[in-house]
Design a binder for this molecule. Structure first.
Ligand code: AMP
Length: 189
């Protein structure tokens, strides 16, 4: 078969439709509320610096996804806790507010520099929720940070980026946390 006979079917796409970039963001385990994790900040900064440059910002749409993990027991620093039914209503509200404050940090930054963006929250296991979201919104690219954990930590702690790069139904870009940003315990973020 000659080159002339090969016909590649390409889905027609509006020429001016922006490249949809889905960025996964989570909260910092060391800096506390409402700070984003070091790894997702590094991924975001890389995206702004190397992909969505000032001159081409209108060609992109940044979509921020935060997955809220349901708290298994709700016990952090105490070994006993009294909670009234009203506290539980309040808890749901508070979790949502925390997620919104996290998203606000990224959305505000995008507004400052004029990059089109939106953000939303899902609930569940981050790995699975992110892959489900990809099936729903079909991003052109998914960007995720990474703590760069070693093989043993990966088994015991688990890694979101590794799972996503294997299972998400779209191109995935994993941005490793900068060496200088690595905390004493690399599991922290
Ligand atoms: P890893 O170090 O492989 O677990 O990947 C960390 C990265 O996974 C973070 O920088 C985020 O991009 C993403 N991630 C982790 N947890 C969440 C979450 N709850 N919601 C959204 N993205 C998350």
């Amino acid at each position: 078969m000659s080159m002339d006979e090969i016909q590649v079917q390409v889905e027609p796409e509006a020429e001016d439709s922006p490249t949809k970039v889905l960025i996964c963001v989570n909260q910092s385990s060391i800096k506390g509320y409402p700070y984003p994790s070091l790894s997702c900040v590094d991924a975001f900064e890389w995206t702004l610096k190397k992909l969505v440059k000032r001159s081409s910002k209108h060609l992109f749409k940044l979509c921020f996804l935060h997955v809220e993990v349901p708290d298994e027991d709700g016990f952090d620093d105490t070994d006993s806790l009294y909670a009234s039914p009203d506290d539980f209503k309040d808890l749901k509200h508070r979790e949502k507010i925390r997620g919104l404050h996290l998203l606000e940090i990224f959305i505000r930054r995008c507004h400052e520099i004029g990059v089109p963006c939106e953000g939303w929250i899902r609930k569940g296991d981050p790995k699975e929720a992110i892959c489900r979201e990809v099936k729903k919104i079909h991003p052109d690219i998914l960007i995720v940070g990474s703590r760069g954990l070693g093989p043993v930590q990966r088994i015991f702690v688990g890694t979101v980026s590794e799972y996503i790069s294997k299972h998400a139904d779209c191109p995935v870009l994993v941005i490793k946390r900068k060496v200088e940003d690595t905390p004493e315990d690399p599991v922290d973020d």
